[in-house]
Design a protein around this ligand. Structure first.
Ligand SMILES: [Zn+2]
Length: 317
């Protein structure tokens, strides 16, 4: 049996798993993500790998992390959310500590591959994944191959400009898709509605500490499940942006399906149903243009580690 380790580097935790060729996770290890990033985070990743390597004979190791990764899958070209990682040859740093070469992959690419091979996209030939959390990550699988582009940085759907001179984005540009259709955008849409008429938000705010600042995406999801109007409107506004973006991407990429993952998909149909309607509403050639299926991811927060473990094995199909 061939065992590969996948390690997903998240904002709060570094989660590793031993993955078999069928995508099953046989063992886990985790560490808190050191806030200072840099070498401390590299050491935490190596720790996770070491712990798993004592239990299984490992052939390959893949690391899934947010940011732009070079086409040779070694260097973090840009990593706005991790301190001290811009330009780091992460493969070199990690292989020195672990004693085995590693493969670095963009987190959404890894998740897209996980879903394509073992999850919601396993029967689809052409698919794209949008991971909707703090921002929007993108991954693209064409002809059952992960599409990485000329320089390794393809499918950054979250940074398509949708509003001229709109909200400032973490990437440095303005008006990016993720500023309007991500989990953070969901919060912004709810805050704007509450600031406009605070009295309507009593139910929603009562789920947290009573303040707009203390409101989280989870509160909005919980309130929407209870039928709260403010929460449902925030989801609907997010879905309008998301659907419009998916319609545009469909005109370029023509996928069989669009898989929605990330923390916000916990809301399920509360997000998906208005998103499907918005895709139809904003689709050019409406009524004549075929639409992709819009479906939920299946692997949850393990998609990245399962996908990158498989990519590290070197099997792309
Ligand atoms: Zn951006």
């Amino acid at each position: 049996m061939s065992y590969s380790i996948g390690i997903d580097v998240g904002g709060t935790k570094v989660l590793g798993g031993v993955v078999d060729i069928e995508g099953k996770v046989l063992a886990h290890a985790r560490r808190e993500t050191p806030r200072q990033g840099g070498a401390a985070l590299v050491a935490a990743i190596a720790d996770v790998a070491d712990e798993l390597m004592t239990k299984f004979a490992i052939d390959s190791i893949g690391i899934s992390a947010a940011g732009l990764v070079s086409s040779d899958r070694k260097t973090m070209l840009a990593s706005p959310n991790i301190a001290g990682w811009n330009g780091m040859d992460l493969e070199h740093e990690l292989s020195e500590l672990i004693g085995l070469s590693v493969v670095i992959e963009n987190d959404a690419n890894a998740a897209a591959w996980g879903e394509a091979k073992f999850g919601a996209g396993r029967n689809e030939e052409h698919l794209m994944l949008l991971t909707i959390g703090t921002g929007i990550g993108g991954g693209l699988v064409i002809n059952r191959n992960l599409y990485r582009g000329a320089f390794g940085v393809a499918a950054e759907f979250g940074h398509i400009r949708v509003v001229p001179d709109g909200h400032l984005c973490g990437c440095g540009a303005r008006g990016c898709f993720e500023q309007y259709a991500s989990g953070n955008a969901l919060l912004r849409h709810a805050r704007e509605a509450i600031n406009a008429s605070p009295e309507v938000a009593r139910n929603l705010l009562s789920l947290g500490d009573g303040t707009v600042e203390g409101m989280t995406g989870q509160h909005i999801t919980d309130a929407a499940r209870l039928g709260d109007g403010v929460a449902l409107a925030a989801f609907n506004t997010t879905a309008q942006w998301l659907g419009a973006g998916i319609a545009s991407l469909t005109m370029t990429l023509d996928p069989h399906c669009v898989i929605i993952g990330g923390g916000v998909i916990e809301a399920g149909e509360i997000l998906l149903a208005p998103t499907r309607l918005a895709v139809e509403r904003y689709m050019p050639f409406a009524g004549r243009h075929p639409s992709p299926k819009i479906i939920a991811a299946e692997l949850g927060n393990e998609a990245g580690l399962v996908g990158v473990a498989d990519l590290a094995r070197g099997k792309y199909s």
